[in-house]
Write a protein that binds this ligand. Structure first.
Ligand code: J2J
Length: 539
């Protein structure tokens, strides 16, 4: 008998032993974390969502009962459950119930549509899918029914709200079933990678490693039981979840406030009403908030820290944050694969506005290398490689990709180009991976190119980033039509992508028809030349 193939590479035993000995991995699980907090301060509010205030005792009780209900419905340790919820309190009820069972949430974003969800369900052999009834004007129940009809492993769809043909979360039976929970070294969930390949990769995070990233972040972001964190970005994204995010604040015994929309008209009144102390936003939102703060009638004085990350924050915009919002800017350069860097709250103001910070851990190993994997000289820019106590050693069920994305000795190739200042702060200079960063939302060109190639009139396509003042980057699809094909309008290409059922942010912003692509010396498409052509002055 050959041993079962593990789903993902993990830390070698000597590294795991070192991370435990150093006190990073404390042998806790998410289930235990919530239980101990609920015992220590049952009546403190854990989650605020509109007029609902769930105490720690209530959240724990709900999660416990839902875990039993899920178990009664046959969800077991190791099973995958795709969770696609907007910023509602039930998000935490569901994920803590799954954590208790050792079932793995697969964190979909609210923007994902049929193509992405079908892939997550098929690839992870998910047994269940959790959705809202409607969100952002979209009815998730029909999509869920279509996927359930096609994906044989998918037995259950649970709905927050009106269930339609599915099961309401509130109707899950509540029989108390005993089950062995997960071990601290077990996987807790699968997070999504920003991606640079045809299909998104899944990131396996353990209880041990993720909990370390939380309390490590809490120290650097000064999160305590008095902190009130506003979940401004989509709750399931790694940034608002863990940097220090909702889970960091729950770890500390603080309060999490759900923000249904990130615009100032929604967020500012919530900051005033709930006395929010800390939140995290992407650069385009930071710009909008900074501009709106001037004339706002709302009292934002409770806000102490604004984290900005997910994409490069321009120095000029960074300078405006403190004065406009009356809080400390904290830049964060993180990734769902692990490594997270923060500027320190007591860094001098120049460092805060010009760098993307230092790693959480003294044991985050950083290498900055050239194309041949040789270390560059100090201060030069190069590829960022990293290894450490909360950075994965491989993606889930992706051995071929892992061979490229990790070095033989386990460093993750981030695809980011950085340089290091004499104080060790990292500055993000660019990107080597074929990924587009549209205001923090990541797009893998290959995924969109494969879809556009499915259009009968299209011979070839190349998706590139073009600079954008607001979003940082937008997308441009260069399309070569088949000889003899009817001419197409740009909108027809966009419509084609949209109708395939993809997150709206992946629909190309611009489409241009060309007869050939610029080539590199060895005959590959030169995306660099295409980006340059796109930005060259016209005429
Ligand atoms: C430049 N590029 C950045 C920054 C991320 C905290 C914050 C962000 C993420 C995140 C996260 C950047 N300046 N400040 O998970 O916990 C780009 C890099 C990086 C990629 C990771 C967190 N902050 N980036 O954005 O997995 O290219 O995580 O490799 O979505 O975003 O994307 P993602």
């Amino acid at each position: 008998d050959t041993p079962a193939t593990p789903d993902a590479p993990t830390w070698p035993a000597d590294y795991a032993a070192r991370y435990r000995a150093a006190g990073y991995w404390r042998g806790e699980t998410f289930g235990e974390m919530l239980r101990t907090r609920a015992e220590a301060h049952p009546d403190r509010v854990a989650v605020t969502d509109g007029d609902r205030n769930w105490t720690y005792a209530e959240l724990h009780d709900r999660a416990t009962r839902l875990a039993a209900g899920f178990a009664a419905r046959g969800i077991a340790k190791g099973d995958r459950v795709v969770v696609q919820l907007p910023n509602v309190a039930e998000f935490f009820e569901v994920i803590f119930a799954l954590f208790r069972l050792g079932a793995l949430p697969v964190f979909a974003l609210p923007a994902h549509r049929e193509t992405e969800i079908r892939y997550f369900c098929e690839f992870t052999e998910a047994v269940a899918y959790v959705i809202p009834d409607r969100s952002g004007g979209f009815d998730h129940r029909d999509l869920a029914a279509a996927i359930r009809a096609d994906v044989p492993t998918l037995r259950e769809v649970f709905v927050v709200g009106e269930p339609g043909v599915h099961t309401a979360l509130g109707d899950v039976p509540l029989d108390a079933t005993q089950c062995d929970g997960p071990a601290p070294s077990d996987l807790a969930f699968l997070q999504l990678s920003g991606g640079s390949t045809g299909v998104p990769k899944l990131i396996p995070r353990t209880h041990d490693d993720y909990l370390y990233s939380l309390w490590g972040s809490n120290e650097l972001c000064h999160v305590t039981a008095d902190s009130v964190y506003l979940v401004t970005l989509p709750a399931a994204h790694n940034f608002p979840l863990s940097s220090p995010g909702s889970l960091g604040v729950l770890y500390a015994g603080g309060r999490v406030v759900m923000c249904p929309q990130p615009d100032p008209a929604t967020a500012f009144p919530l900051i005033e009403r709930e006395r929010v102390t800390i939140t995290g936003v992407v650069p385009p939102l930071a710009l909008v908030w900074t501009e709106s703060a001037a004339g706002t009638p709302y009292d934002l004085s409770s806000l102490e820290v604004l984290l900005v990350g997910g994409a490069k924050f321009s120095e000029s915009a960074a300078r405006r944050v403190g004065p406009a919002l009356g809080c400390t800017l904290q830049q964060v350069f993180g990734m769902a694969e692990g490594l997270v860097n923060y500027t320190r709250l007591d860094d001098d103001p120049e460092t805060i506005v010009t760098t993307q910070g230092l790693p959480i851990s003294a044991d985050d190993e950083i290498r900055i290398v050239d194309d041949a994997d040789m270390e560059v000289s100090e201060g030069e820019s190069g590829h960022l490689l990293t290894r450490g106590p909360y950075t994965i050693r491989g993606y889930w069920r992706a051995p071929e990709h892992n061979a490229r994305a990790f070095t033989a000795d386990g460093f993750y190739r981030t695809g980011d180009i950085v340089r290091r200042t004499p104080t060790g702060h990292l500055i993000v200079e660019g990107r080597a991976k074929d990924q587009i960063n549209r205001g923090g939302e990541k797009i893998a060109p290959e995924e969109i190119e494969n879809i556009i190639l499915g259009h009968p009139s299209v011979h070839d396509v190349s998706l590139v980033a073009v600079p954008d003042e607001f979003l940082g980057e937008r997308t441009l699809a260069y399309v070569i039509l088949r000889t003899g094909a009817e001419p197409l309008k740009p909108v027809a290409v966009k419509k084609f992508v949209r109708e395939k059922g993809l997150a709206a942010f992946k629909v190309p912003d611009r489409v241009e028809f060309v007869t050939a692509f610029p080539q590199t010396g060895i005959g590959k498409i030169s995306k660099k030349d295409q980006r340059n052509i796109a930005t060259a002055p016209q005429g």
